[in-house]
Write a protein of this length. Structure first.
Ligand code: FAD
Length: 819
């Protein structure tokens, strides 16, 4: 299995590297990178030219373009195809014998290499702040990227400014423009060439449903970093391309700047004004994607990303229709969009919920109709996108599934999700929940980035999880999973060494061996609001209180006065001031226990006291159209695409894109057939390119894969009764967040976990834990999720521990709560 995996992984990268390698190799060998001159691939390339049969002597696709298509278009498809077929053929269980031995050998060889490649470079704080960290592998990738850019630009400048001019001189052309001015144009054109490479790769990491994510095993949130990095390059080069051209027009005595600026293809062949418009869209895209905007104005970022991307695409191709190269990765995005359109709109209902007393945290149960999820247990820890039409018709928001279980009667899937109040959408949802008295129709989008399967954690001697606020949800999913496996293992053991005493450390011979998997799990959980402790689930607290393999250390980092202000009367989970009652310095005095923090009111708040008495805030009604959503729901298929269907979607998206290219080139021959390069019909070729390529790469898979699937599902749906699960009820959390006498108390079972005031020293805790696990001869996994400073502290601690190459590596699993 590992052998095959390694093969496909290598072939995927080889496909990309070969293209880049070819470019650089041919440049270095001949110092040329051009259409018609001799290079390493000349003979092969010439054979690939496709003549245009409709017009004598015309070529529809030049060999040079065709060669690039092979690398850009077909290699990814072949890899996608092979990998997907391989994924489908994987055995459910690991094989034994020779295969297992080879796999072990490969794993043994890979581990030290992996360790070197993931080693974090010095100036770690700076890298973390600047780009989220930099490993050796990433630095090497960057270095290669920079080399390709520098060599490419240098070579093109060389070619454009000397060789091309020499050629023109030989045929008797005279230049009235100084060489230095012509150099400005040469640099600009060189940059445009390199934008080809950047944009061609730009979209590979952003597809949610992509063979690349699956193959590399890198979660979407981590892969998207590469999209950002390449995006920066592409936009800076686009800006450079524009600026150098503007400078050229200004310095060129033979042209008028404004004539060139506003030219729509008549003066220059290429549509200059469309280029400027594309540049404006690119800059808009860049400005609204920077972290500050993304984090503080997410909707602005989201919508402007879509609008500016489309604007850029359309005007860039009108500017220069040969820019269709960027379709190499756009076809994968097209396949992703097709799959997403099928994955959205899965019928689901919120059938119950619990909400904290301050209304800032809720745990909802989403019941998804039967047949949608075949293996619900795999969903714990996955991210789902949720749309609540009653709150917003358009918005989907990502959340982590903490528990997933099938309903034994209806076979529907019940997903549990904890939602914390953040901005507008979550605030509206949490404000609406207490007024909900019937199951609430929602939409669920297929999960992505499932956590590694439970077996993954078994290779570690210990796991330390550091979580802040609601980011504890994926950790809860892991712990739930581990608990379930331990319980299952304990239940399988003979009665003499039964489940009850599997944590005992008496060491007698009659004791059963400890269950596989980590022997110690430590959760450091910091919360700013007392209500956040509700996110710690009762079974987790109970297991921790038993004092066995699981230890939970809770930290309260909030400001007491703020808590006091936020508290309401009655049975509210109120936190009173510590000794002195005043405002405690935030995060001061880490070690001290929160004595004196007490709760007013002890009993469960009665659901009827909090729920069902109020009305919906009227502003929310305007957004609901239950009939519309019920109607729409009928059209959307219940389940997801199979792997086989996914393969076809990818293949047809690429085929559609390729057919679009051929049609574009044919249209170019027709429209520009007068051989007059300066043609006012040039912009139409760009429009043809955008239209035919988009329609075909989206349309072909939609028509041939989704169409039949929709019709089949629709037919089945008419035969099936609509799914309307009962509302199971609403309640307040059973006051898990009683922070009384420095304890988090789970009232239902009476178990308690101590709470420490102040921020945890995560670095020290991780170091201490790893030292203990290493002493016992095990490896440690570190899971971290929460605010950025906390994640950075964990990343630094792990990087430092991994500097010691003689000790076992510490594996870091950051989990994202922000994109
Ligand atoms: C992978 C992942 C898993 C998450 N799991 C949970 C969870 O289990 N529980 C929980 O309470 N929260 C979770 N979140 C955060 C949750 O998605 C946001 O709190 C919520 O979307 C905020 O929406 P808002 O309109 O209330 O706030 P806003 O003020 O609009 O947004 C606040 C922040 O939330 C993020 N965000 C908002 N909308 C989206 C979106 N459509 N897609 C991606 N990010 C968005 C952005 O980073 C934004 O800066 C998760 C986020 C991600 C990316």
């Amino acid at each position: 299995m590992l052998l095959l995996q390694a093969f496909f992984l290598l072939s995927a990268w080889a496909a990309l590297a070969m293209y880049q390698g070819w470019q650089v190799a041919s440049i270095i060998a001949t110092w040329t990178w051009r259409y018609g001159e001799h290079d390493l691939w000349e003979k092969f390339r010439m054979k690939l030219s496709i003549p245009y049969k409709m017009r004598e002597g015309e070529t529809v696709l030049y060999g040079w373009d065709n060669l690039n298509l092979i690398f850009y278009f077909f290699c990814p498809v072949v890899v996608a195809f092979c990998y997907s077929v391989y994924a489908m053929c994987l055995p459910a269980t690991a094989k034994s014998g020779l295969h297992a031995r080879v796999a072990t050998l490969l794993a043994a060889a890979w581990r030290p290499l992996h360790r070197c490649l993931t080693w974090q470079l010095p100036f770690r704080r700076t890298w973390l702040w600047w780009c989220g960290g930099l490993s050796l592998a990433e630095a090497l990738l960057w270095a290669a990227w920079v080399v390709v850019h520098v060599v490419g630009i240098w070579d093109q400048v060389n070619y454009q400014s000397s060789y091309r001019l020499e050629g023109f001189k030989q045929v008797g052309m005279t230049f009235y423009v100084p060489q230095s001015v012509l150099k400005l144009e040469a640099i600009s054109i060189a940059m445009a060439w390199i934008i080809y490479i950047d944009t061609a790769i730009l979209f590979f990491p952003v597809a949610h449903n992509s063979f690349l994510n699956r193959m590399l095993g890198i979660p979407y949130a981590a892969l998207v970093r590469f999209h950002r990095w390449v995006g920066h390059f592409a936009i800076w080069l686009t800006l450079g391309h524009g600026v150098f051209y503007y400078a050229f027009w200004m310095c060129d005595p033979t042209v008028n700047f404004w004539t060139m600026f506003f030219d729509w293809g008549k003066e220059y062949g290429i549509v200059s004004l469309a280029g400027t418009i594309a540049l404006v869209f690119a800059l808009g895209l860049w400005a609204t994607s920077i972290k500050f905007v993304r984090r503080n104005f997410y909707k602005l970022f989201y919508w402007s990303h879509i609008v500016c991307f489309l604007g850029y695409l359309v005007f860039a191709l009108i500017h220069y229709y040969w820019g269709w190269y960027l379709y190499s990765s756009l076809c994968l995005l097209a396949a992703d969009l097709v799959v997403r359109s099928y994955y959205a709109q899965k019928g689901a209902h919120i059938t119950s919920f619990r909400i904290s007393e301050d209304g800032r945290l809720a745990e909802i149960t989403v019941t998804v109709e039967p047949h949608v999820f075949q293996e619900p247990h795999k969903l714990a820890g996955a991210h789902i996108f949720l749309k609540v039409p009653a709150v917003s018709r358009l918005d989907y928001h990502p959340f982590t599934v903490t528990r997933a279980e099938p309903d034994p009667v209806t076979r529907a899937t019940r997903l549990t999700v904890a939602i914390k109040q953040y901005g507008r959408w979550t605030k509206d949802l949490l404000a609406m929940l207490p007024h909900t008295r019937q199951s609430l129709r929602v939409r669920v989008w297929r999960p992505f980035d499932e956590l590694p399967p439970a077996q993954h954690w078994e290779q570690f001697g210990g796991i330390v999880a550091v979580a802040g606020g609601v980011a504890v949800t994926p950790v809860t999913a892991i712990i739930n999973d581990l608990m379930a496996r331990r319980n299952a293992a304990a239940n399988r053991q003979p009665p003499t060494g039964g489940a009850a005493d599997h944590d005992s450390s008496s060491g007698s011979d009659s004791q059963p061996p400890p269950p596989a998997g980590p022997q110690r799990v430590l959760l450091l959980f910091a919360a700013r609001n007392a209500a956040d402790f509700c996110a710690l689930e009762e079974p987790v607290l109970r297991e921790a209180a038993a004092g066995g393999w699981l230890e939970v250390r809770a930290y309260y980092t909030g400001c007491l006065e703020h808590e006091k202000g936020a508290a309401r009367g009655g049975a509210t989970a109120t936190v009173e001031g510590a000794a002195g009652g005043g405002k405690a310095p935030p995060f001061a005095d880490p070690g001290s226990v929160m004595s004196g923090i007490a709760i007013k009111g002890g009993a469960h708040p009665s659901p009827s006291a909090s729920f069902g008495s109020g009305e919906h805030p009227s502003s929310l009604f305007g957004r609901v159209s239950a009939a519309f959503w019920t109607f729409i729901g009928w059209f959307f298929p219940a389940d997801f695409l199979t792997d086989r269907q996914y393969i076809w979607v990818v293949l047809l998206a690429y085929l559609g894109g390729f057919m679009g290219i051929i049609m574009t080139q044919a249209a170019a021959v027709e429209i520009l057939s007068t051989n007059n390069y300066y043609h006012d019909g040039y912009w139409r070729v760009g429009l043809v390119a955008v239209s035919v390529m988009s329609v075909q790469s989206l349309g072909l898979p939609a028509l041939f894969v989704l169409g039949p699937a929709y019709l089949t599902r629709l037919w089945r749906r008419f035969k099936r009764a609509p799914f309307n699960p009962d509302f199971l009820g609403a309640s307040a959390f059973p006051v898990v967040a009683y922070v009384a006498g420095g304890q988090v108390v789970a009232l239902e079972s009476g178990t308690a976990v101590p709470v420490t005031r102040g921020r945890p020293d995560v670095a020290a805790a991780v170091r201490g834990f790893v030292a203990e696990v290493r002493a016992a001869g095990g490896r440690t996994a570190v899971v971290s999720g929460g605010p950025e400073p906390m994640m950075d502290a964990v990343a630094l601690a792990v990087a430092e521990l991994n500097d010691n190459f003689s000790a076992p590596a510490v594996v870091l699993h950051p989990v994202a709560h922000e994109l």
